[in-house]
Design a protein around this ligand. Structure first.
Ligand code: SF4
Length: 344
């Protein structure tokens, strides 16, 4: 079951907001889950106040098996630096259990998955953002609050969104995933307007900290399919950790990637994000993963105030410089035609 969850998410429990049944997708999901004998509860409004389990760790683990199906009410999109102009909210959370996941902080006590059924309204709002900014191109990020691929086989929302962007002159879509269920997206008419990125890390980090997600090799194989479907493609290497043998491990990651996707790749992007944490995130992670070995020692870090009024602990400037040169040098060597969008 754990292995299946990595590729195809099957919720243990589904909560459906009654208003969601007024939308075709709400009805389809109700039917699909009922036919599969997955317990479905209809609710006036989705409030999962009490999650099953006694400890924070148990509650978190249980929450990741619950799917809420609802109508997205907030149709003002948040900004999304540095990867795009706006977030595009198709879903929330994901079934993975990455110990460092920043959504633990942003989703707080409601880390369960959510699928939004009012896709047409979300895309109408998207259109308004695009039109207001035209003739400049507006870029949207579909993965700011979730891993949207994890729910795709149930909702099909990403496919429709990609085809919607395929028709846009001034709108572009970006998304990032660790999940491999991308086959339904391979036939979408994307007209190069969607960039699909895969989140990568070393085998060591994936095994230790990215629980219930596909392996490095599985992600790379899925990425190859995306490349063969002619999508603009990219990789986010994040979070980058300094640990014994990190150089060897990240080198192996690049070697494996080059072996599968080749050296000469036009329209290939890389983003690099070094590990960082906030005090709040550290406390939440320690509650949810009491045995964690994640490196969150303030004394090895430098503190920096962020744009949202709270501070983060980053690697020391000298350490960041070492990492930065390592990644730039290796991109030149392994993927000379690729673009590095940013290193932070
Ligand atoms: Fe968070 Fe992404 Fe891991 Fe899901 S796959 S837990 S969204 S980091």
């Amino acid at each position: 079951m754990a292995n299946r969850t990595k590729h195809f998410f099957i919720p243990e429990k589904v909560f459906i907001e009654k208003a969601a049944l007024d939308y075709p997708l709400g009805e389809i999901l109700f039917r699909k889950f009922t036919q599969k004998n997955i317990p479905v509860k209809l609710m006036n409004s989705i409030r999962v106040q009490t999650l099953p389990g006694k400890t924070s760790a148990q509650k978190y683990r249980q929450a990741k098996k619950i799917l809420a199906v609802s109508v997205r009410k907030t149709l003002t999109f948040a900004t999304c630096k540095p990867s795009a102009h706006y977030q595009l909210p198709l879903s929330t959370s994901c079934p993975g259990g990455c110990e460092y996941c920043y959504l633990q902080t942003t989703l707080g006590k409601q880390p369960y998955l959510k699928a939004y059924v009012n896709l047409e309204e979300i895309l109408e709002k998207t259109q308004k953002y695009i039109d207001d900014n035209a003739p400049r191109v507006t870029v949207f990020e579909a993965s700011a609050t979730s891993d949207p691929v994890a729910l795709e086989s149930w909702t099909g929302s990403l496919f429709k969104t990609i085809e919607y962007f395929g028709k846009q002159k001034y709108g572009r879509l970006r998304m990032v995933t660790k999940f491999t269920g991308i086959d339904p997206l391979l036939k979408a008419v994307h007209h190069n307007n969607t960039r699909i990125r895969f989140s990568l890390n070393t085998e060591t980090i994936i095994k230790k900290y990215e629980k219930r997600t596909p392996s490095l090799e599985q992600r790379i194989k899925a990425a190859k399919k995306v490349m063969e479907a002619d999508y603009p493609m990219g990789f986010i290497v994040a979070p980058i950790f300094l640990y014994p043998h990190w150089e060897e491990d990240y080198l192996n990651m690049f070697k494996s990637l080059q072996k599968h996707i080749g050296k000469q790749n036009k329209n290939l992007s890389f983003e690099f994000i070094t590990h960082r944490f906030t005090k709040r995130a550290k406390n939440i992670i320690k509650e949810r993963f009491p045995e964690t070995t994640l490196d969150m020692y303030e004394k090895n870090r430098t503190f920096k105030w962020g744009q949202f009024g709270y501070g983060k602990y980053l690697y020391l400037p000298d350490d960041r410089k070492v990492l930065e040169s390592f990644f730039y040098e290796n991109i030149k060597k392994f993927f000379p035609e690729a673009e590095v969008e940013y290193f932070i």
